[in-house]
Design a protein. Structure first.
Length: 388
């Protein structure tokens, strides 16, 4: 009976001991930081406390602050504290200094705290708010030259304003653009512009020169943009996408030419003109660019076509007189195709290779005169012999 009673007492004490150990519950709680929030790349004061939320005494407690990215204990400061006993619902306060990494991410980061003694060890995390003290680049305005963009344009300038709204310099800033379909680069600077250092509050403009092809589609065009800045060991990247509007336009093109020009004659030259654009060409006109060194003259140097709808063919007819002494060969004739849309004048220039033939009548005339003269001489000679 005594043995059973002794066994029961030992079991009860064991249960009580386990319950006591399980009732110790240690918590690590952040109190304040200075500065608040913490700043990347700077040191800071940190105050936190350890609380025993259990029902038992936490004896001979040791507190260790662990280095964990992006935080480290400042050199010269103790990372381990021995507190002795912490009573139930009691707290122990710790003050220290920490360093925050230069590239610490914005937002909440955690600092692990190890709490324990010979019987147990637990790790809790302090939640610390970090603010990245870096440059903050924002794209502001987009400008184009000319202001109204259409297909089939050369040397178009795209300009983008970049503003540093952060608190530090944005060093080695470079902007890159990805050209969409229908846009062509004309040099290595068409898609990349180095802006150097942009100071806080400063604005710089990146410019790119491109060509827009004849087949570029009209409407809204998305233009992806990437801005990179920083040193080699800490680089930052900003990605954005701006929208350009590409307006439709008329596009008058020469699709055929017919005409036989002969030296010393006036003949007809017919030019077949097609509107290959997406908009109508109002007040369309074809003008011959006459040159003093060409041995020919247009009766009328300009032919009016009226309104030419997209995809429609029309014909411009010119009466051309070629000088009688013009050499028979190929000449280069220059023309301007002009159309108006939305009060904007569009001009296409073309050069037409045109053959001028030899005048057969003029070329055979000397032989005719020789034959007649020869016949007269023969006749005169026969008559003289007869008389003799």
């Amino acid at each position: 009976m005594k043995k059973q009673l002794l066994f029961g007492l030992l079991l009860a004490w064991s249960i009580i001991g386990v319950a006591t150990a399980e009732s110790i519950n240690m918590q690590a709680i952040s109190i304040t930081t200075d500065p608040a929030p913490l700043e990347a790349g700077e040191d800071a004061d940190l105050d936190f406390k350890i609380r025993n939320t259990g029902t038992g005494v936490a004896e001979d407690i040791t507190i260790t602050i662990n280095d964990s990215y992006p935080f480290t204990v400042k050199p010269g400061r103790d990372r381990t504290r021995t507190t002795g006993n912490i009573q139930p619902l009691s707290e122990y306060y710790v003050s220290t200094e920490i360093l925050v990494a230069d590239d610490a991410p914005n937002g909440v980061n955690t600092l692990p705290i190890t709490i324990g003694n010979d019987e147990f060890t637990t790790t809790k995390e302090l939640r610390l708010d970090v603010e990245q003290d870096t440059a903050d680049l924002q794209l502001a305005n987009i400008k184009t030259t000319p202001s109204r963009l259409t297909p089939d344009m050369d040397d178009v300038t795209l300009s983008f304003d970049v503003i540093n709204q952060g608190e530090t310099d944005a060093e080695n800033t470079v902007m890159n653009i990805a050209l969409p379909a229908g846009f062509q680069d004309i040099s290595t600077f068409s898609t990349r512009d180095a802006l150097g250092t942009i100071q806080p509050g400063e604005q710089k403009t990146a410019s790119f020169t491109v060509d827009i092809t004849e087949t570029a589609r009209s409407g809204d065009i998305d233009l992806p943009i990437t801005v990179r800045y920083g040193e080699s060991d800490a680089q930052y990247e900003v990605e954005d996408e701006l929208t350009l509007y590409l307006a439709g336009r008329p596009n008058l093109r020469l699709t055929d030419a017919q005409g036989d020009l002969v030296a010393g004659e006036t003949n007809t030259l017919r030019l077949n003109i097609t509107n290959k654009g997406r908009e109508e060409a109002e007040a369309a006109r074809v003008r011959a660019v006459e040159a003093s060194d060409l041995p020919l003259e247009f009766e009328s140097a300009s032919e009016y076509l009226g309104t030419v709808e997209p995809g429609v063919n029309t014909t411009a007819v010119f009466d051309v007189t070629v000088d009688s002494d013009a050499p028979a060969k190929q000449y280069l004739l220059d023309f301007q195709l002009r159309g108006v849309n939305d009060e904007t004048v569009y001009v296409n220039e073309l050069t037409l290779p045109q053959d001028v033939g030899e005048n057969n009548e003029e070329s055979t005339a000397p032989w005719t005169y020789i034959l007649i003269g020869g016949a007269l001489l023969i006749g005169a000679g026969a008559y003289y012999m007869y008389r003799w």
